[in-house]
Design a protein around this ligand. Structure first.
Ligand code: SF4
Ligand code: SF4
Length: 280
């Protein structure tokens, strides 16, 4: 994203719209974008209506009104001169839009947003079977963002703990060495709004993974959220409940799927006992 300085009249309407605080009005009275902080989310472009008033007209009007101590300000939800402009992005900057702009789909999964349906669709995908725990570890949020360098610190630590990363996930698709959780060198400096690392382990390894996530969360320069889920047993009990409360985590059911979808898991898993479909 960039701002056409020839058009911008420095009204500052775009400044509070940016979730990363990447826009500021510079000393020359025109807005500018800090491209190192910008995550290409397009909020500034889509969040403001674009009017097409000539910049020279607004500047002249302001100068005249100033003589009589009046001001001209456009409505706060408008860029009066359509000065905010899309750039054609090149790799690896394209990743910023893919992970930050909800209408840009991920090439690896074809899904927009963070590019993953997560384990909330487990009732039909069967990714996480009985006796397994599926984790979603989210890095960054609006207002903070995250660099892939910090995501890499987490994925390499998780890999060392013996987790299995979900194949159909955009972060996994950026790994040059999946068993080691190593992301490609050329993406490490890129900043995005947020991403979700998905992995699974045997149920008994849940405390180990949580310890790794807690340790990583203290070291990285962003916020980290973690969720863990498993199929309920045949009686509808959640095997994670006692484990998580024993580790002093608040336990609640984030989502309960009803199993109304068409199952897509492969035949080998079809033979396993059918989960009741719950999720913590
Ligand atoms: S809203 Fe448009 S005219 Fe106003 S400061 Fe931003 S880019 Fe410039
Ligand atoms: S594209 Fe997003 S991050 Fe970049 S300047 Fe616009 S609102 Fe801010």
């Amino acid at each position: 994203m960039h701002i056409d300085k020839g058009k911008c009249v420095g009204c500052a309407n775009c400044v509070p719209v940016c979730p990363l605080g990447a826009i500021a009005v510079a000393a020359d009275g025109r807005a500018t974008i800090n491209l190192d902080e910008c995550v290409e989310c397009s909020t500034c472009y889509r969040g403001l209506s674009q009017e097409h008033l000539p910049g020279w007209l607004i500047r002249t009007l302001r100068r005249v009104l100033k003589l009589v101590r009046l001001r001209f300000e456009p409505d706060p939800d408008v860029c009066p001169t359509a000065a905010i402009t899309f750039d054609t992005l090149a790799w690896p900057r394209t990743l910023r839009a893919a992970f930050s702009d909800p209408i840009v789909p991920h090439e690896s999964t074809g899904i927009g947003g963070r590019g993953t349906a997560e384990v909330k669709t487990n009732d039909v995908t069967g990714r996480v079977g009985p006796g397994q725990a599926g984790f979603v570890v989210e890095f960054g949020r609006p207002g903070v963002g995250v660099r892939f360098r910090d995501v890499n610190a987490a994925t390499t630590a998780l890999a060392a703990a013996g987790v299995t990363f979900e194949k159909n996930n955009p972060v996994t698709s950026l790994m040059s060495d999946v068993p080691r959780g190593q992301l490609r060198e050329d993406v490490l400096g890129e900043k995005i709004l947020s991403c979700i690392v998905e992995l699974k382990v045997p149920l008994g390894r849940v405390p180990d993974v949580l310890r790794v996530v807690e340790d990583v969360a203290r070291r990285v320069d962003t916020v980290v959220c973690v969720g863990v889920s498993t199929p309920c047993d045949a009686q509808g009990n959640d095997p994670l409940k006692d484990m998580l409360t024993g580790l002093r985590y608040d336990f609640y059911r984030g989502k309960v799927n009803l199993g109304l979808g068409r199952r897509t898991n492969p035949p080998a898993q079809e033979a396993a006992p059918s989960p009741a479909g719950g999720r913590s």
